[in-house]
Ligand binder design. Structure first.
Ligand code: ZN
Length: 255
């Protein structure tokens, strides 16, 4: 394949040996790409701070064809998105979006819509949109873009319009949508009817309108439901949600 070049966002980075790093990018033109950045942890390094998580840059890599890992030749910062990393909640919510993309896409599978969503959430959070709300808007679009759109209008088991039970409306992400009280089993998560309404509404709005919607109590329910959905698709809990739970438990002022 030889030399490749694309705009890309750093979605993962771990040390390799004494001074190298293995970096995962989500690129506009090639989808997910993993590569070795030689001497990235040596000081000074030609990569500088460019390989920090969630940095957007112009990636140049060389694919030898002999390994899944490419050789990272250059990564020049286009937008550092430093502001998303200097607050733990902003970092946690945007890293969750990177984890969704990283774990739900295959390598070298270009997904332009997902790339666009990742850049959008980073721009929005940097511009001051509340991070959890931005993550909800991202999550709704991400599962749709990956082909896992939930049916919200009728019960996926019997086809009737679900009348909410006393404890809300059940959602069966594996069956593909909401379930009426008669068909629902006890183990399914429940959300308020207003949360289902907010979910539908977020799909119809453009990104910039959607991130301005005040979701109230629906925000936490939607965030939990989306994480439940993504976790089921991955087959295990998301790492970043565990991180966010720890951030929430940490004593105030110690972030
Ligand atoms: Zn039913």
């Amino acid at each position: 394949m030889g030399l490749g070049k694309s705009a890309a966002v750093v979605i993962g980075n771990f040390p390799l040996g004494e001074s190298d790093s293995v970096v995962t990018f989500f690129s506009r033109d090639f989808g997910k790409i993993r590569g070795v950045a030689k001497s990235a942890r040596r000081m000074p390094s030609k990569f500088g701070a460019a390989l920090e998580l969630l940095t957007l840059g112009e990636l140049v890599f060389f694919d030898t064809g002999r390994s899944d890992l490419v050789r990272i030749d250059h990564f020049d910062i286009v937008r550092p998105f430093a502001a998303v990393r200097d607050d733990l909640q902003r970092l946690g919510e945007t890293a969750w979006s990177a984890e969704c993309i990283g774990r739900l896409t295959a390598e070298r599978d270009p997904q332009r819509a997902l790339y666009g969503l990742l850049v959008r959430i980073l721009r929005s959070v940097e511009a001051g949109v509340p991070p959890r709300r931005a993550a909800v808007v991202f999550g709704v679009r991400c599962v749709d873009a990956l082909g896992h759109r939930l049916r919200l209008d009728v019960c996926v088991t019997c086809g009737r319009r679900p009348a909410p039970g006393r404890d809300g409306i059940a959602v069966d992400v594996e069956a593909g949508g909401v379930v009426c009280a008669a068909c629902a089993t006890d183990d399914l998560p429940r959300v308020a009817p207003s949360t289902v309404t907010a979910f539908s509404r977020l799909r119809t709005l453009a990104w910039d309108e959607a991130v301005r919607v005040r979701l109230g109590t629906a925000e936490a329910e939607l965030r939990a439901l989306l994480d439940h959905h993504v976790s089921r698709l991955i087959g295990q809990p998301t790492r970043t949600t565990r991180f966010l739970r720890e951030v929430a438990r940490a004593p105030a002022g110690r972030s």
